[in-house]
Design a protein around this ligand. Sequence first.
Ligand SMILES: [Zn+2]
Length: 444
Amino acid sequence: MMGYLVYFNTFRSKDIINSPYNVRLDSMADRVVRGKILDKDGNVLAKTEVATDGTETRVYPYGDLYAHVVGFDSHGKSGLESAGNFNLLTSNAFFLEQIIREFKEEKNVGDDITTTLDTNVQKAAYNALGNYKGAVVVMEVTTGKILAMVSKPDFDPNLVMENWDTLSTSEESVLLNRATQGAYAPGSVFKLVTTLAYIRQNTNYGNYHYECTGEIHYEGTTIHCARNRVHGEEDLVTSFANSCNASYSDIGLNLNFIKYKNTAEDLLFNSKLPSVLPYTQSKFQLQKDAPASEIMMTAIGQGKTQVSPYHMALIAAAIGNGGILMQPYLVEKIESYTQIPVEKNMPEKYATLMTSAEASQLKAYMQAVVESGTATALRNDSYSVAGKTGTAEYSSDKEKSHSWFMGFTNVDNPDIAISVVVESADNSGMSAVSVAKKVLDAYY
Ligand SMILES: [Zn+2]
């Protein structure tokens, strides 16, 4: 019996207690006051207040700001409240104190989770999105620390109980964490994948040239460049920087499908992602017998491809980090409420997504986007950016589109990666680039 208890507490209890299907979780909450969730500087993001009559209230001092990533502790839990449930309901206070409390039939105090989240960056992202739907993810390139994760529309986690019926049936999917669970057409940010596939399949890719007439016709399909712009004579750098649809449709038609798919899968399409939060797997579905129209659409990021903002941040981080994706993480450390260390996460490698030569080639193309292409608004004296913009059309009416940006900063010594989606930015003047600029300005 003793042996089993040790085994259970040491090895099995976390999985079992963390399972939302386990009623034992409730009995743990009967014995332990839930611990706090803190940002990287120790600011309280979630805490439990106990009234004199013993009534407990979970309080989220920042309200809507951390709604999705920190989540809520009712109606099945979400975000870190769910992922960190075991730790929050486990007390590593001094054992004598624990025993005394048990004897007095008092609750013990659960451990605190210090996250990697930076309230300054989170606020900037939250404010920059304004009333638009969308998501922002910011992470450190060399460590994998997630600094910010915002999803809009948002909600107040303090009022989840009261507003549950409205929230859970909302047509706008308010509860969905669009950063990790949003499945968006990538639009032109997918040209990164197409470019990598082209580089891998053509050793003489440096000689690529294309004469853009503003549109391309092939087997009954016509694809236009944005605003019917005629880009003229281009090489691969200018095709990428101009985000030339005609050039990329042409590239797509000349790719080997199987290798194209393999390249996408090397970048974690159709595969699991490292994430403690629930996420939607990205899809790359081009089949061998796909019609030319679908190939052309896929190459420019329309087609059936779907990706989350979080996944795009991981790809940007890997390119910035010389092809190596660090294990992304949200939990910096876990401590007892009296600051006895329990667990600490250290940066570790997750996977190599591409060679360092490929990463530096893509980096050069992404620099050209900011230097002279579609993201010149990010050019400034305080920090450098390499990135890719995208416009993802989501209806046959070409005026309706989501705006994308993904990239990383301090190109010579990469610092942070950022991924932004603004839904229905259309032609409103609002763009993912302008959101990224506000976030990066706040960070630096
Ligand atoms: Zn063009």
